[in-house]
Design a protein around this ligand. Structure first.
Ligand SMILES: C[S@@+](CC[C@H](N)C(=O)[O-])C[C@H]1O[C@@H](n2cnc3c(N)ncnc32)[C@H](O)[C@@H]1O
Length: 198
């Protein structure tokens, strides 16, 4: 087992500013999970342990914060493939590769461009949270035969609809979630990170 720190070091990643968004994709992409909160890190570590996560796909790299969190907190993680069409994420992909080597593969593509037939222990969905995108990402994730799907911002209406539509909220499966609040442009707002058995 690796030693976990209770703080994630993100100083090696590029720093986002308000211009680092593709207007065609929308204004999401702030990556404001409370990465410096030991309670989030502990929860994430336990998921990695309980489900023995060795491989994962991340939809939505942005600045590389969550990818770093998984690389640091998942004891068994051998490989994370992280994708994002955002030009800003190229720098994040490079920084991640420089630090973590073969444990990371970044691709500048959208989830819809992923090749079929890939299998991962976990798919983390944190791309476009609007319209049909969350539903399409769940379908892609389910085709990858994961042990679990993790999805950020399940409080947002289109994400919630997609979760329900795909039957991911099945109480028999005892879904776990983590509620957090974050500050975005001076506004505090809630967020929920969900984990679903598939
Ligand atoms: C909320 S951010 C991701 C934050 C990151 N997971 C973190 O927590 O540090 C959302 C990102 O998803 C990307 N995105 C939007 N649509 C996408 C798609 N179809 N496939 C992959 N990434 C997408 C955006 O460019 C944006 O950078």
């Amino acid at each position: 087992m690796y030693e976990h720190s209770n703080k994630i070091d993100i100083s090696f990643l590029p720093v986002p500013d308000k211009d680092q968004h593709d207007p065609k994709i929308g204004m999401q992409g702030w990556g404001y999970l409370p990465y410096d909160d030991p309670r989030l890190l502990e929860w994430v570590s336990s998921i990695g342990r309980d489900y023995h996560i060795r491989t994962m796909l991340e939809i939505g790299t942005f600045a590389g914060y969550s990818a770093t969190m998984f690389l640091e907190q998942f004891d068994y993680l051998e490989k994370i493939v992280t994708i994002d069409p955002n030009n800003f994420s190229i720098g994040a992909g490079k920084a991640l590769k420089d630090k973590y080597g073969d444990r990371v593969e970044y691709k500048q593509i959208k989830s819809g461009e992923l090749t079929k037939g890939q299998i991962y222990d976990l798919v983390f969905i944190d791309g476009n949270h609007t319209k049909d995108a969350p539903h399409n990402d769940i379908l892609i994730a389910m085709s990858m035969n994961p042990k679990i799907i993790m999805m950020d911002n399940i409080e947002l209406p289109d994400v919630q609809r997609a979760v329900k539509r795909n039957g991911l909220f099945d109480l028999k499966h005892d879904p776990k979630y983590l509620y957090y609040t974050s500050e975005h442009r001076g506004r505090r707002q809630p967020g929920i990170l969900g984990v679903f058995n598939v």
